[in-house]
Design a protein around this ligand. Structure first.
Ligand code: M6R
Length: 618
């Protein structure tokens, strides 16, 4: 959840370590924003600054009280787990002698007994964090071993949990050491300088050359060198790669917020996810599916594991994959999966969907699935992430970096990638002929233009949202693939606008939720295409049912669907689209609505309260 950056540069002290750390933190702030801090190695020892609140508070403090030039630096932006977001609990945390600084992402599960042991030994604590335990242990281990790398190896053997640590010591002015235990850490390779980051955004302004680390590894960076060892000290090598996006992809590009920019990135996110995956003649090209065709043919069940918006993308995919492939698909929230003793065999294909590829709940679910013999296929946006590394195959969504905490373009790219997977399986298993697959691919190919059409008309949705900024509750109804869209519409409104919002399967209405309807209650209804008359008629009835009880109905319906007009207070039109593709268009007005309403309320849509972009603790 926290953002971490580390930097080592030339031996002559300068302001660059602080500049690099602050720039990295600005790009990483989406990971957590309860507090921020930096530590530098200067000729006179360590210098630190940290502040509760957003990075702006730290910048203000640094302007008022600048830090001296340095040779290395670390920076941290926090999502609080142990201890409130205060200055004292912000990172870096220091060893008792103040000569070693540590920043940390994740949780040290056995911190309580270790803290008791340190207190018993007379070590004074100044924070409530689990991180401070690591700082004191590292300080003591440094005194015993005389080296930062050796100290890190000794201490990580004693720590339990899932975490990343970065440390610096005043005696080693040209070194930063990192440890990765079930938590993200990546190396940036510069020219006469090197970087560490919890993701490549930390250093993308300086280099696109990166080194992927494995779990339980310790990395030592100097200006000239990167040394990687396994947890037992055996030398290891990371995998080098070039990041396929640059710093410009992670800027607002003229939009007021990342959220707005990313909503507008969606035509490209879908197009890029399709790009190179078909040959133009309607044939699928999915070479990256490294699971043997024979194994995929033998699959008798698919289980999608994911959280939040990614789980809703899986829910949409279920309808398509079951329809196309005739394989049962279960969608499971990843955090529930391994605790319920799921029925998994070597014939189960587990599809893990994740934008970040670092969601701890999803990581634990895929580990459990693999232990049971299942093959795991990841649908992931972040190159080299833990879920991508630990899966049997990866189908990357090419949405580009998603910086706003609430997910938008990743959702559309995830559905698109899952549809490619579904079509591939359908053809491989003989459920669809090649020409049928080609027809679906052609429909997918039309989606970027349809999404763009909706974006060109976003003003209609914005005007309605702005007029509704004082509402306190909004309900969302959908049927079939419209149901997960309703769930996603409600989630977006909750997280961006802090409004009570609930999504329901429209058919469930009369089984309880209709009791919530009172005069003026806003209800969004996602209407299927009228070319599915039975389904369509049911939803039109649902609109009438809530309207008859006083609801204000906001209807998302296909162009030319006049059956809804009489019962809708507001209609948002979407282009004519085949049933299974409709989520890729119907969700767009809901995203715009949530973003515009939150903006009208004066809220920070990029960094909503209490949230972090990547949930790297269970
Ligand atoms: O990185 P992931 O896709 O694994 O993240 C999953 C969820 O944490 C994420 O979708 C979350 O629900 C967002 N806040 C949705 O906007």
């Amino acid at each position: 959840m926290c953002g971490i950056v580390g930097y080592v540069g030339p031996a002559v002290p300068s302001t660059r370590p602080l500049d690099v750390a602050l720039e990295g933190l600005a790009r990483l702030e989406y990971r957590g924003y309860d507090s921020a801090g930096v530590a530098l190695v200067t000729p006179t020892g360590l210098a630190t600054a940290k502040r509760a609140g957003k990075l702006a508070n730290l910048r203000e403090a640094l302007e008022a009280d600048p830090l001296p030039p340095a040779t290395a630096g670390i920076g941290h932006t926090r999502w609080a787990t142990h201890g409130a977001p205060t200055d004292a609990n912000a990172h870096p945390q220091l060893s008792a002698d103040g000569r070693l600084a540590v920043i940390h992402n994740g949780i040290i599960e056995n911190f309580a007994p270790l803290k008791a042991e340190l207190l018993e030994a007379g070590v004074p604590f100044t924070s409530e964090t689990d991180t401070e335990v690591a700082a004191h242990l590292l300080g003591r281990a440094y005194d015993e071993t005389g080296g930062l790398t050796a100290a890190m190896l000794a201490v990580t053997r004693r720590l339990e949990g899932a975490f990343t640590l970065l440390a610096m010591h005043a005696e080693e002015p040209g070194t930063v050491v990192g440890a990765r235990l079930n938590s993200p850490l990546v190396v940036g390779l510069g020219d006469g300088e090197n970087y560490l980051g919890s993701d490549v955004a930390a250093f993308i302004g300086h280099t696109r050359e990166a080194l992927e680390l494995g779990q339980d590894q310790v990395v030592t960076i100097t200006a000239e060198e990167v040394r990687v060892v396994d947890g037992d000290g055996t030398p290891a090598t990371g995998r080098r790669y070039t990041v396929d996006w640059d710093a410009n992809a992670a800027v607002k590009g003229g939009f007021a917020t990342f959220m707005d920019k990313e909503i507008h990135d969606q035509p490209k996110a879908v197009a890029d996810t399709l790009l190179g995956r078909h040959d133009g003649a309607g044939n699928l090209v999915l070479d990256e599916l490294r699971i043997e065709p024979a194994v995929l043919r033998s699959v008798d069940k698919i289980i999608v594991v994911a959280c939040g918006t990614a789980a809703y993308a899986g829910h949409v995919a279920k309808y398509a994959i079951e329809h196309w492939c005739r394989i049962p698909v279960e969608v499971e929230l990843a955090h529930e999966f391994r605790y319920r003793d799921p029925v998994v065999s070597e014939k189960t294909l587990v599809v893990a969907i994740s934008q970040s590829g670092e969601t701890m709940d999803t990581i634990m679910a895929i580990r459990h699935a693999r232990e049971q013999g299942a093959k795991v296929l990841a649908v992931v946006n972040t190159h080299g992430s833990t879920i991508a590394r630990e899966s049997d195959a990866v189908l990357y969504t090419h949405a580009g970096p998603e910086v706003a905490v609430a997910s938008t373009k990743a959702f559309l790219a995830q559905i698109t990638a899952c549809y490619l997977l579904g079509l591939y399986l359908a053809e491989l298993r003989g459920n669809k002929y090649a020409d049928e697959v080609a027809d679906y691919l052609a429909e997918l190919g039309k989606l970027p233009a349809k999404i763009q059409e909706l974006l060109d008309r976003e003003g209609e949705v914005r005007a309605v949202a702005e007029a509704m900024k004082d509402v306190t509750s909004v309900l969302f109804l959908g049927r079939h693939v419209g149901y997960p869209v309703a769930l996603e519409g409600a989630l977006k409104l909750k997280e961006l606008a802090y409004i009570h919002a609930e999504g329901f399967a429209a058919g469930e209405l009369k089984h309880g939720p209709i009791a919530l309807i009172e005069e003026g209650q806003p209800v969004f209804v996602v209407v299927p295409t009228p070319r599915r008359p039975t389904l369509h008629a049911k939803v039109v009835s649902n609109i009438q049912e809530v309207r008859a009880r006083g609801a204000r109905t906001l209807v998302i319906a296909e162009e030319g669907d006049e059956a809804v007009t009489a019962f809708a207070d507001v209609v948002f039109r979407v282009p004519r689209t085949p049933t299974l593709m409709m989520p890729l268009v119907t969700v767009v007005p809901l995203q715009i609505f949530a973003s515009a309403l939150a903006t009208a309320k004066g809220l920070d849509v990029d960094q909503p309260r209490n949230l972090a972009k990547s949930v790297t603790v269970e």
